[in-house]
Design a protein around this ligand. Structure first.
Ligand code: UD1
Length: 343
């Protein structure tokens, strides 16, 4: 691997320190949704630290070829353009693979409210295919999959603790909850090793702001950069445990190699902080040096009002330690968007 100029290829200044102690050079990883925001960051980490092979399975419906283009010249990387809704494609993607990082999904609560059928088919049928494909392989393949804080639903309890959930508030939340149920059942019935990571509002480089269903941080960053008033749905007191991407990559990597854990586990992945949308605007004013005013509109359907994670379980069981707080992450991502030509 020494021949490749990683300093040029991996230029976004993240992933300076490894979160694994295992030797990666003999191991092969499949990342579903690897051209998407979180998936492509995982690809970057694994290639940077010399993984034996990294394969991406992505249908480019929500991910972007741009996110992985730079890796195509590497001999230890390959890209399968295909859909997780096709079982044979999932099976083919598993050839010679040791670990699966399942990130392929259709995000966005509003999208799921507009088109519950499509969200269901990608997020549930697609995930079921991945599980079924892994079941068809005789060797053990550990699956670390993207679960979601939306599974806490209408529970008022704060912080959110694994095991204390309310009822789902959107079709998206249903799909993510069903993923957990299927993973648990495949572990119990077929002995698959599955670990669900409940992500709490992830943000960072490679997250697209130019999508009708974009998340709030990229939308707000773009508004500040182009000098347009952002819109806050609600009174701005809605809060989230915004989590910078490198913390999420850390969680995935430590979950891949965790020893002595149950066949199926669920962990929150967050910072354990509670940031309101108004706080986010205040910080963006500081980071950007711009005094931009905000429009307020009624609350969005399906929204959870407050979200803040307990991260005790993942700290205790996996040794997770978030290294980027919200402000540092926001600074990094704002500057990253500033450097991009995609706005
Ligand atoms: C939810 C999940 C998150 C998951 C994501 C997938 C929760 C608590 N979070 O995110 O874990 O990864 O779905 O899509 O369930 N907003 C504005 N202005 C905008 C856009 C959004 O005020 O222009 C508001 C929303 O109404 C919401 C908050 O910002 O209150 C966050 O929205 P968004 O970034 O879309 O994520 P969640 O729906 O919270």
């Amino acid at each position: 691997m020494g021949d490749y100029k990683f300093s040029e290829m991996f230029n976004n200044k993240l992933y300076k320190t490894p979160y694994h102690s295992a030797e990666l050079s003999g191991l092969s990883f499949l990342i579903t949704g690897g051209a998407g925001f979180i998936g492509s960051n995982l690809v970057e980490y694994l290639l940077k630290f010399g993984a034996g092979h990294v394969r991406v399975l992505d249908n480019l419906s929500n991910g972007y070829f741009e996110n992985i283009k730079e890796f195509l010249s590497l001999p230890n990387f390959d890209f399968i353009e295909g859909d997780i809704r096709d079982l044979e494609t999932c099976k083919k993607s598993l050839e010679n693979i040791d670990f699966v990082l399942h990130q392929a999904a259709l995000g966005s609560v509003p999208r799921s409210i507009e088109d519950p059928i499509k969200t269901n088919s990608v997020n549930i049928d697609g995930f079921l295919n991945v599980l079924e494909a892994v079941r068809s392989v005789s060797r053990e393949i550990r699956i670390v999959y993207a679960a979601s804080s939306s599974s806490y639903g209408d529970s008022d309890a704060l912080p959110k603790v694994e095991g204390i959930e309310g009822r789902p508030l959107s079709p998206y939340a249903v799909t993510k909850l069903v993923n957990e149920l299927y993973a648990e059942v495949f572990s119990k019935v077929y002995g698959l090793h599955t670990i669900g990571l409940r992500y709490f509002n992830v943000f960072g480089p490679k997250q697209n702001p130019n999508n009708p269903y974009a998340a709030v941080i990229p939308i707000f960053c773009k508004s500040f950069l182009v000098g347009e008033r952002p819109t806050i749905f609600g009174d701005g007191k809605t809060s989230r445990d915004f989590t910078f991407i490198e913390n999420v990559v850390q969680a995935n990597i430590i979950a891949l190699f965790a020893k002595d854990i149950e066949k199926h586990e669920i962990f929150n992945v967050a910072c354990g902080d509670q940031i309101s949308l108004n706080d986010t605007i205040t910080l963006l004013k500081k980071v950007s040096g711009k005094d931009i005013q905000v429009n307020y509109k009624p609350n969005r359907k399906g929204d959870i009002m407050h979200s803040k994670a307990s991260i005790e379980k993942i700290k205790k069981m996996l040794g997770y330690k978030p290294l980027y707080n919200f402000e540092t992450g926001l600074q990094i991502v704002y500057n990253w968007y500033k450097e991009q030509a995609i706005l």
